[in-house]
Design a protein around this ligand. Structure first.
Ligand code: 6R9
Length: 645
């Protein structure tokens, strides 16, 4: 690879920013050399505690034990709301921008506080207690944030399920964590279309007998199925609820939320985060990575159904008393200028989105961007997948007018908060690199045998020490937590990502090294798609791999073997695509289906995905070792009939 272009921090940016290079280095060194006092100071500075902790950290990664601020008591909603009221009660906590450009509203900290208390009281009336799990299946409306914060107020554990997931995906998640309450809305609205959320809940609940309450927010007014004993209208219930609700005193290690994410096996993992460490690190990274100055308007375009929405629409910004914009729509509705129209309308200073959105807009040319001034923008962020340097340059030049700093933030559902990223005033940029680790994060590259690799090199990305916002377990399956993250390389957290470190110590994430796809920044296990495909009675077997896709980053390529007697047809392809949509949701829609009379397998019956990936990407001259295949002729057949020429 040629030497990357460098974008040094301009002097005036370093002066204005919260941290410059020297400060970053000093704090980083201290975070590793004196972690206890470092984190104790941060915990004092960023959070308000009802009771101070007895011990800063108590970690043993080899045993899967991660504990921060034990004995400390705090409440997340108190930290995100109450403590801002005295000084900044009238400040906008949320700016909601609806799907249609003429719909928006502003909600002050005082208003949000009252609404959260009301909703918390409604949950209490319906019997929700500390530790109970509550499923949130919502569109991007303020009530989604209210629902999450209301749970934290009373110590309930929320499990937000992305509104794009299907009824069966929703059902699996409700069952896995035994949620007994669901908060939803009649319908969602996105890109001019409606999403039947309440009807989806209805379908899911056919197999969730433990759900006793569904609290429904009225968004569109559509008629929905109603079960009197179970269903409650949100607007009716909160009307009679008190706007005061004592925040529950939670232990720092009490569960805060569960969020499901895809792994390399079929069943999604319920990543569990706890209270103190998570809130501390999301608050701290929000402030420093986005260089948040008091009074600025911040916009993260993610959905609250993903971890980015949790940490950087809700918890990080609100813990800092920031103004967080919540957007209901999509980048291209009503037209490809929507993002920039919203930026101008609300004078957004900090904008955080995904590379896939940037690539999609890049395809529409500069015109829709240039129609708007974008003068308020100062910081641009990206997250979710590696950003290719062309998209980075376009973001920098066209969107940011070469004036804005870009922060490419690498992290995961499991890490809770940003782990590797530039800091606007401290770190020189290289397009396509997430740059350097955040405080307390010690990345390490290892080979497949676990040998630590030094200097400029490629390897498997590990983090050597526990950090406050690290996941604590997989809900209900600690053994899987150990096996997925902590036993590959004993004593270290394995990320599942590959990375390159260059001579300046910069990290370049190269993508997943396991069977996890990254479709438009959304994680999807190949096994999940395979399990959906084999539900069709004409499908005998399926193998799914990723292939490079211009806009989505990766596309979904499915090899499908039919049962004896079944005939391949375009109609059957369509049935399979629909089946995957129905089982998982639109984000998992296959891009390519290739009929495969046989799949390449080893003599022990293991599918050799390496070969399938090469065929899908058309890298045919370098198939690697095929000598262990049970029947090498299978490969010739696949190449002959490949669908991606
Ligand atoms: C926050 C989030 C995590 C996976 C991660 C990696 C990829 C995220 C990235 C990135 C390169 C970045 N990823 N940010 N790759 N550069 N800046 O996306 O969480 O949905 O759990 O996905 O996304 O592969 O392992 P999550």
């Amino acid at each position: 690879m040629s030497e990357a272009k460098l974008y040094p921090v301009p002097a005036e940016v370093a002066d204005y920013a919260l941290l410059n290079r020297e400060q970053y280095e000093r704090m980083y060194r201290r975070s590793l050399e004196e972690p206890e006092s470092f984190w104790a100071e941060q915990a004092e500075e960023f959070l308000t505690w009802f009771r101070k902790w007895d011990r800063v950290s108590n970690n043993d990664l080899s045993k899967g034990q991660i504990r921060w601020f034990e004995g400390g008591k705090l409440n997340v909603s108190y930290n995100c709301l109450d403590r801002h009221l005295e000084q900044n009660g009238e400040r906008a906590a949320l700016i909601w921008e609806g799907d249609e450009p003429d719909q928006s509203k502003t909600i002050s900290y005082r208003e949000l506080h009252a609404e959260v208390c009301r909703c918390a009281n409604v949950l209490k009336e319906r019997g929700v207690r500390k530790g109970d799990r509550v499923c949130v299946y919502m569109p991007m409306i303020p009530e989604a944030v209210v629902a999450m914060l209301a749970c934290t107020r009373i110590g309930a554990v929320h499990s937000v399920v992305f509104g794009g997931f299907s009824p069966s995906a929703l059902r699996d998640r409700i069952q896995d964590s035994d949620c007994q309450v669901v908060i939803t809305s009649d319908e969602g609205v996105r890109g001019g279309r409606t999403v039947p959320l309440k009807e989806n809940v209805e379908k899911a609940l056919a197999e969730c007998p433990n759900v006793h309450t569904v609290l429904t927010v009225r968004r569109t007014g559509k008629d929905v199925t109603w079960v009197d004993s179970r269903d409650v209208w949100y607007h009716e219930a909160i009307q009679s609820a008190s706007a005061e609700c004592e925040p529950e005193q939670m232990d720092a290690e009490d569960p805060l939320f569960i969020l499901y994410t895809s792994g390399s096996t079929g069943k999604p993992k319920g990543v569990l985060h706890t209270t103190g460490g998570y809130l501390l690190q999301t608050a701290m990274t929000f402030k420093y990575v986005f260089d948040y100055h008091d009074g600025e308007i911040y916009w993260c375009t993610a959905d609250v159904g993903w971890v980015t929405g949790h940490s950087y629409i809700v918890y990080g910004p609100l813990a800092n008393g920031a103004t967080s914009l919540v957007f209901e729509g999509v980048p291209t509705y009503p037209d490809a200028g929507r993002f920039w129209q919203v930026v101008d309308k609300h004078k957004v200073n900090i904008f955080y989105t995904a590379p896939t959105a940037i690539r999609a807009l890049m395809g529409q040319g500069e015109e829709p961007v240039k129609q708007y001034s974008r003068q308020s923008l100062r910081i641009l962020g990206t997250v979710g997948e590696p950003i290719n340097p062309e998209a980075w340059e376009w973001y920098y030049r066209v969107v940011g007018d070469e004036r804005c700093r870009i922060v490419d933030t690498w992290w995961q559902t499991e890490t809770g908060a940003i782990m590797i990223s530039a800091l606007p005033g401290a770190i020189d940029l290289k397009p396509g690199s997430a740059t350097l680790p955040f405080f307390g994060v010690e990345p390490q590259l290892v080979d497949n045998d676990g040998n630590v690799l030094e200097g400029a090199t490629d390897g498997n990305l590990c983090l050597t020490r526990a950090w406050p916002s690290m996941m604590r377990t997989i809900y209900g399956d600690h053994e899987r937590f150990m096996n997925t993250y902590l036993t590959h390389y004993t004593g270290k957290y394995f990320t599942g990502d590959g990375a390159r470190r260059d001579a300046d110590g910069y990290y370049w994430i190269t993508g997943r090294v396991d069977d996890v796809l990254n479709i438009s920044g959304h994680r999807m296990g190949t096994a999940e798609v395979e399990s959906a495909l084999v539900l069709h009675d004409k499908v005998a077997e399926a193998a799914v791999v990723g292939f490079p896709h211009d806009v989505k980053g990766q596309g979904i390529y499915c090899y499908v073997t039919l049962v004896k007697g079944a005939e391949p047809s375009e109609e059957l392809k369509k049935e399979l695509v629909d089946l995957v949509r129905k089982e998982i949701g639109a984000i998992a829609k296959p891009d390519v289906i290739q009929w495969a009379p046989g799949l390449p397998k080893t003599r022990s019956g293991k599918i050799m995905r390496r070969i399938l990936r090469k065929v899908a990407t058309n890298e045919l001259d370098n198939l690697g070792d095929t000598s262990t295949l049970a029947d090498p002729s299978v490969v010739d057949e696949l190449i002959e009939n490949r669908a991606n020429r």
